[in-house]
Design a protein around this ligand. Structure first.
Ligand SMILES: Cc1ncc(COP(=O)(O)O)c(C=O)c1O
Length: 472
C-alpha cells in the first residue's frame, strides 16, 4: 500500500508541479487509443506499478487539462492539491453519505458547507441544499423540486421559462422529466445577452391567458457563453407576482458571491427558491462537485422523500434514527453517494476564505486585462466585455468577408489547440462564431493572457494570408 500510495502521490505532485509546461489539450485518435490501451478481459494480474506507469504515459497526458493555467476554453476547472488529497481520503475510507445513521459526522460537514454557501449567497437562515455531481444534476433536481412543490404531479400545462443563453443541461433536464417542447419558453435576451424581463412578463401573461400553468423561471447568474447575469431582482418580483418558482443557474457564476464585487453583481440571487452552484468550476474543486441550494430544505424532502409507499423496507431503521431531519437520500436522487462535501470543507478551512476571494478575483482581473489588450489593437472586435471572468471577441480583417473570417477563426482555433501554448476555443453568438476566454485559473498570469492572445493573433494572420494566397 505504502509503495503504491507513494508512487501515486509522486505522480500527482509531479502533475501539479509541471502542469504549466504541459500542452493544455491533447487528443488521440480512436485507433491510437485502442492500440495503446485496449486489452481483452484481464484474467491475469498485472503489477499495479506497471499499470500506474501506463496511466502516467498514456492516459493522463492525452487529455484536456482543465486545470492548466492557460486553459481558457469552456469552463476551466482549476483544482487544488488539498481537495485532491480529500478525494483520496474519502474514497480510501469509502464513506457512505446517504443517511444520517451511516455518516452522521460527514452529514454534519455537508450541512455546514451548505450553510456557508447559502450565507455567501445571502440566502435566509435555514436555507440548505445538497451536493450532487454537477450543474446538470443540480438543475434537474431543481426542476423536480419546483414541480413537486408547485404542482405535486406532472402537468402538461406547466411551462418553464429561461433565456436563449441558458445552458443546455436545463433542456436535457426538461426532456428527462417528460416536459414537451411546447412546455418551455425561450425568452429573448437584450443587447447584453441578459434575459428580457418585458418579454418574460409577456410570455407568462400569454400562457396564463391560454390556461397554461407557469411553473418555473430559470435565471442565469453568469451564462457560460458570456458571463451575463440576468436581472435577478426583476425576475424575483415577477415570480413573486405570479407564484412561480425562481431557480438561478449559478453553476458557473454563483461562486463569485465570495468576493465583494461578485456579491454586488449577483444582487438578487438571495431571493431565489433554488440555486445551482458548481464548486468544480470557480471554487477550485476536482470533479465532480455541484450543489443545489434551496431556501427551504423541506422542499427537497417533499420532492425526494422515500416513504412507506416506496417499499424502502430495509431502510426502516435508518428512517427511525434520522436526526435533524437529514437523510441526504431524502434530499436528492441518489441513495448511495460519496461524502462529496469533505473536499470543499477541507480546502475552505485549510486555505481560509481570503485565499479563495483572492483566487476568484484573479479571474476577474485576467479577463479585464484581456479586454485591455484586445481594445488596444485594430485586429479585434469586442463582442461582450469582460464580465465574470469571461470575454468574447472576433478577429477583424478588412479584406475578408464574414464567412471567410469565420473559416479563418475555425482554422486558427484548431491550430491553437494542436500547437498552441493555450487552449482558446469559440462559441456561437447569434449566428456566428465568437472567440472566447474564460480566465478563472488563479495561477494564470496577465503575461499568460497577453502571450496567448498574441499567439492566437499570429495563427489568425497566417490563416488569413493563406486564404488570400492564389492557388497557382
Ligand atoms: C451555467 C451552467 N449550468 C450548468 C452547467 C452544467 O454543469 P455540469 O457540467 O457540472 O453538469 C454548466 C457547465 O458548464 C454551466 O456552465
Amino acid at each position: 500500500m505504502r509503495a503504491l500510495g507513494e508512487r501515486a502521490l509522486e505522480m500527482v505532485i509531479h502533475h501539479f508541479a509541471t502542469r504549466r509546461d504541459l500542452p493544455p489539450a491533447t487528443t488521440i485518435t480512436k485507433s491510437d487509443a485502442a492500440a495503446r490501451l485496449h486489452t481483452e478481459l484481464p484474467e491475469e494480474a498485472t503489477p499495479p506499478e506497471q499499470l500506474l506507469d501506463l496511466l502516467a504515459r498514456e492516459v493522463f497526458p492525452n487529455a484536456f487539462h482543465a486545470d492548466h493555467p492557460r486553459f481558457y476554453a469552456f469552463v476551466p476547472s482549476p483544482t487544488n492539491f488539498v481537495s485532491a488529497v480529500a478525494d483520496f481520503l474519502v474514497s480510501g475510507h469509502n464513506l457512505f453519505a446517504g443517511h444520517w445513521l451511516a455518516s452522521s459526522a460527514a452529514s454534519q460537514i455537508e450541512l455546514t458547507v451548505l450553510e456557508w454557501l447559502c450565507t455567501l449567497c445571502g440566502m435566509p437562515a435555514g436555507s440548505s441544499g445538497i451536493f450532487v455531481s454537477g450543474g446538470s444534476m443540480a438543475n434537474l433536481s431543481a426542476i423536480v423540486t419546483a414541480r413537486e412543490v408547485k404542482m405535486g404531479a406532472h402537468d402538461a400545462r406547466a411551462v418553464v421559462y429561461c433565456s436563449d443563453q441558458t445552458h443546455s443541461s436545463l433542456f436535457k433536464a426538461l426532456r428527462v422529466l417528460g416536459f414537451a417542447r411546447d412546455q418551455r419558453r425561450l425568452i429573448a435576451t437584450d443587447a447584453s445577452l441578459r434575459l428580457s424581463v418585458p418579454a418574460l412578463r409577456a410570455a407568462i401573461e400569454a400562457d396564463l391567458a391560454a390556461g397554461r400553468r407557469p411553473l418555473c423561471v430559470v435565471a442565469n447568474a453568469g451564462t457560460t457563453n458570456t458571463g451575463a447575469i440576468d436581472p435577478l431582482h426583476e425576475v424575483a418580483d415577477l415570480c413573486a407576482e405570479h407564484d412561480v418558482w425562481m431557480h438561478v443557474d449559478g453553476a458557473y457564476g454563483a461562486a463569485a458571491a465570495l468576493t465583494p464585487r461578485g456579491r454586488a453583481l449577483l444582487d438578487g440571487i438571495e431571493r431565489a427558491d433554488s440555486i445551482t452552484l458548481d464548486p468544480h468550476k470557480w471554487l477550485f474543486q476536482p470533479y465532480e462537485l455541484g450543489c443545489l441550494l434551496v431556501r427551504d430544505p423541506r422542499h427537497l424532502v417533499h420532492a425526494f422523500h422515500v416513504g412507506d409507499d416506496d417499499h424502502a423496507d430495509y431502510l426502516a431503521d435508518v428512517a427511525r434514527h434520522v436526526q435533524a431531519n437529514v437523510n441526504f437520500y431524502d434530499r436528492g436522487i441518489q441513495l448511495t453517494r460519496s461524502a462529496k462535501a469533505i473536499k470543499l470543507w477541507l480546502s475552505l478551512r485549510a486555505f481560509g476564505l481570503p485565499a479563495f476571494r483572492e483566487a476568484i478575483e484573479s479571474g476577474f482581473l485576467q479577463a479585464e486585462h484581456a479586454e485591455r489588450v484586445l481594445r488596444a489593437s485594430p485586429s479585434w472586435e469586442i463582442l461582450t466585455p469582460a464580465q465574470m471572468g469571461i470575454i468574447t471577441f472576433r478577429y477583424r480583417h478588412a479584406d475578408l468577408s464574414p464567412a471567410d473570417l469565420d473559416a479563418v477563426t475555425a482554422w486558427a482555433v484548431d491550430r491553437m489547440r494542436l500547437e498552441g501554448r493555450a487552449l482558446i476555443m469559440s462559441t456561437m453568438l447569434g449566428e456566428r462564431p465568437a472567440l472566447r476566454l474564460c480566465t478563472i485559473h488563479p495561477a494564470g498570469t496577465l503575461d499568460d493572457v497577453e502571450r496567448s492572445l498574441a499567439q492566437l493573433h499570429g495563427f489568425l494572420e497566417a490563416e488569413a494570408a493563406l486564404l488570400q494566397t492564389p492557388l497557382d
